[in-house]
Design a protein. Structure first.
Length: 420
């Protein structure tokens, strides 16, 4: 609604313009760092043939470098979360990004496999900061009415980084050589780091703890003391969210790893169609994230959004067991499954945030994201065994079952959350 002030029309929301501008800067910087977090996780796999020839190592040894990066980075999120809540997320985020970028850059100069492996360890340590630090900053700087979209854009930026890495790195390596490709990605990360350091004032979190405490005391005469530290992490709602992340990682990770092989073995479709189904699934995840980001800020019943999303994912994952062997139909089903698995993520983040006391965001998000790393690590073993046993149908059946189990886990966490 417009009002005239000194003859000049003024919009009601004009007074929010500075705050909105600050929020856009904060979200852009956080998303930029998250983009490179996922991007660097997939720099090495496209270069494996070059690295194998350069260093005379096996693919198992090259896989160990990836395990060092991904698994170590995932497990270290929990202790990093405590550090975030103690010294502040901005310092931890910038230091972690610097370590991540520096280690990737130096990989372009290594002379042996063991140097590459050591740098992968350092890069993994740097990668561990993003989820606990990012969510702590977003939680403290983005208005409640915009938080769902902010979480969605943050998640989207990470998936976008992972999608861009294989193609861009391989093209660079083919145009030049693998060392130049790695160095170029490191330089791109240095530019991103420089931008984040330049506008580091936009990463400064507000002191919301006192305000939250005042709000609690105003709302009730005798507020129940909130759990903190290890007691909070071992509380039933947080442990149930940890279980949710494990189950979600099992469902998502199993499909990403074995959709192609599973569809070929189960339906006998061509490799090109099966790969198209996987691509459709990954693009579906991105679309689901963006779609849910628009929904969750307008519809506050996040458990309903999560339930609908996971049930869609489960149904679409299970339908390949009974539908005809049509490549077009299977591609559509895998895309729909991706939409469901993506749409649950913004709702998940808001439900987890709502049960987290002020000042504990870093450690809680860092702790539960360890579960996602566990799920991603376990899924290839279990789903690979299904294929070895000539049971491709179990890939899609268990992906659906894990999605449904994840729904029950998050529903139980929601029911046991404080304040219900």
């Amino acid at each position: 609604m417009a009002e005239a002030v000194n003859g000049t029309p003024q919009l009601k929301g004009d007074e929010d313009a500075p705050e909105a501008g600050r929020e856009r800067w904060t979200l852009s910087l956080i998303s930029l760092g998250h983009f490179f977090s996922h991007y660097y996780g997939l720099v090495l796999p496209p270069l494996f043939p070059f690295l194998k020839a350069e260093f005379g190592v096996s693919y198992i040894e090259l896989g160990l470098a990836m395990t060092a990066y991904m698994l170590l980075g995932g497990i270290m999120q929990s202790p990093v979360g405590f550090l975030v809540d103690r010294i502040g997320p901005r310092t931890v985020l910038l230091a972690g990004l610097a370590l991540n970028v520096g280690a990737i850059l130096l990989m372009g100069f290594v002379g042996s496999y063991w140097m590459l492996l050591a740098l992968a360890v350092l890069a993994g340590l740097g990668n561990s900061v993003f989820h606990p630090a990012d969510y702590a900053i977003l939680n403290d700087t983005i208005r409640e009415s915009k938080l769902g979209r902010a979480f969605a854009i943050h998640t989207f930026s990470g998936f976008l980084g992972g999608a861009c890495a294989p193609v861009s790195v391989l093209v660079l390596a083919q145009w030049t050589d693998w060392r130049t490709a790695v160095i170029a990605t490191g330089i791109a990360g240095l530019i991103a780091l420089a931008i984040m350091v330049w506008r580091r004032d936009r990463l400064q979190t507000a002191d919301t703890q006192n305000a939250a405490a005042d709000s609690d005391s105003a709302g009730s005469v005798e507020a129940t003391p909130a759990l903190s530290g290890i007691r909070l992490l071992l509380s039933a709602p947080v442990l149930l969210f940890l279980l949710f992340f494990i189950l979600y990682g099992m469902s998502s990770g199993g499909l990403i790893a074995f959709t192609v092989s599973g569809l070929v073995e189960l339906h006998g479709i061509g490799l090109e169609q099966a790969n198209t189904a996987l691509s459709a699934h990954l693009f579906g995840v991105v679309a689901g994230i963006l779609l849910a980001g628009l929904v969750v800020d307008r519809y506050p019943r996040h458990l309903v959004t999560a339930a609908v999303s996971l049930l869609i994912a489960a149904a679409a994952a299970a339908l390949p067991l009974v539908v005809p062997s049509s490549g077009v139909l299977l591609i559509a089903l895998m895309a729909l499954c991706g939409v469901g698995l993506g749409a649950v993520l913004p709702a998940r983040d808001l439900m987890l945030r709502n049960l987290t006391p002020p000042g504990e965001v870093g450690k809680v998000f860092g702790f539960v994201f360890v579960g996602y790393s566990i799920g991603l690590s376990l899924a290839p073993i279990l789903f690979g065994w299904f294929l070895d046993e000539q049971q491709p149908s179990l890939i899609f059946l268990f992906a659906a079952l894990f999605a449904v189990a994840a729904l029950f886990s998050t529903a139980a966490a929601q029911q046991m959350s404080p304040g219900r």
